[in-house]
Design a protein around this ligand. Structure first.
Ligand code: TYD
Length: 395
């Protein structure tokens, strides 16, 4: 891995602090967030790892069912999977709170979710959920109980697992010969294009490209046969994967198209990442200037969506409580707590809170459309949003 980006010292994202934490003696943990590129495998990865046990514990706050956008994306996907692939057994790695699984028949769908608080929610919905890390031991356990799985799906999970060889070895262990693997992950191409450096934080060990995925799965005799572009998480790709030995499925043109796009963008060259780094540094300068200008005029700024992504932005750009008064968020496990590192307060979302502000920083910029629709009145009354992607500006 050759380093190309330094995002400074960062706290653990998703470790929202209580008042007690702030007053307590235990120091908040920081790590150096650096990002590198592997010329051989084309993989882009953060360079310093935080142990999974520290990140994914029994109080993991992110719930995928909190967003309308994610729920409707999952609903559409499940309908498609059932119609096209008709799986006898569906397995989801990283099933979170069961927002996708709930669209499947309880007898034909199982989940894997190491965060106990989330696994319990899914189990209570009636779906068999293994509250364990995805590895060969678990794959063997599932195989001995169910024999084979026809469809394995994983969204925004593989990027959180350091040992990808272990992941794919375990997948090929349980996947039937004609089985399908679907992976959904933020697109590195979109991240580079929109200078979305906040896709990098301790949990996002990787941001994938098709170039890298192809190299990763080759060893396991797997092949990408279709690609879908998604608007979720600031631009994601859904990779449809089969065993090379399964010749019944033809390779869709979308795969070549994506590969060409990535090669045209020179994503196989280190220099592209150096250019990205320069743009990130410029983005920081512009955002800091924008915030300073607003504060000079004594205007009030609050944040909307206390995302893990915004933890990277706030800490990299050194945005303090003097600049952003507080955040609002709808996630109960995040509210009445404090943002990691900057200790900005997170209040429980209610429409009226927005009217206390002149400007609202979009922490959840990936839900811009959904949020703008919801906050029509605030915008009508002259309220303005600030975003840092693709360039820091007032919208
Ligand atoms: P997300 O971008 O999915 O996560 P991350 O960067 O942490 O991976 O998180 C979106 C956050 O925004 C989540 O905490 C919920 C919040 N949110 C609201 O508060 N209101 C909204 O209308 C939406 C769409 C999201």
């Amino acid at each position: 891995m050759k380093k190309f980006l330094d995002l400074g010292m960062q706290p653990l994202a998703n470790k929202y602090l209580t008042k007690r934490d702030l007053l307590g003696k235990k120091k908040e943990q920081f790590y150096h967030l650096e990002v590198g590129f592997d010329k051989k495998t084309k993989l882009v990865s953060i360079l310093n790892r935080v142990s999974s046990k520290k990140m994914f514990d029994n109080n993991y706050p992110y719930k995928s069912s909190m967003s309308k956008t994610m729920n409707s994306s999952f609903k559409k996907l499940s309908e498609k999977i059932i119609k096209i692939f008709k799986p006898r057994l569906f397995l989801e790695i990283g099933s979170n709170d069961g927002s996708l699984l709930r669209n499947f028949n309880k007898k034909r769908a199982i989940g894997v979710e190491p965060c106990k608080n989330l696994a319990i929610i899914t189990s209570k919905k009636g779906y068999k959920t293994y509250s364990e890390y995805w590895d060969l031991k678990l794959a063997k356990k599932i195989k001995s109980k169910y024999k084979k799985v026809d469809l394995i799906y994983s969204a925004n999970t593989l990027s959180h697992i350091y040992n990808l060889d272990k992941v794919f070895r375990s997948i090929t262990h349980v996947l039937s010969d004609e089985g399908i693997l679907i992976i959904e992950e933020p697109s590195l191409l979109e991240c580079l294009k929109s200078i979305a450096y906040d896709q990098f934080y301790n949990e996002h060990i990787y941001v994938f490209s098709l170039l890298a995925i192809k190299n990763l799965i080759k060893k396991y005799n797997l092949k990408v046969f279709n690609i879908e572009q998604l608007s979720t998480h600031g631009g994601s790709i859904r990779y449809f994967i089969k065993r090379i030995s399964n010749t019944k499925i033809k390779i869709n043109n979308s795969v070549k198209r994506q590969l060409n796009k990535e090669l045209t963008f020179k994503m196989d060259k280190f220099n592209t990442y150096i250019n990205f780094k320069k743009k990130v540094e410029l983005s920081k300068k512009k955002l800091v200037n924008l915030f300073n200008e607003i504060k000079k005029n004594n205007k009030k700024i609050i944040g909307y969506g206390s995302t893990a992504k915004s933890v990277t932005v706030l800490n990299y750009c050194k945005i303090t409580r003097e600049i952003v008064d507080f955040f609002v968020d709808t996630t109960p496990d995040k509210t009445k707590k404090y943002m990691p590192g900057t200790h900005i307060f997170i209040d429980k979302y209610n429409k009226n809170l927005l009217h206390k502000a002149d400007y609202v920083f979009l922490g959840a910029w990936n839900f811009k459309e959904e949020i703008f629709k919801k906050e029509k009145n605030f915008i009508k009354k002259g309220g303005r949003f600030i975003t840092h992607v693709p360039v820091p500006r007032i919208i």
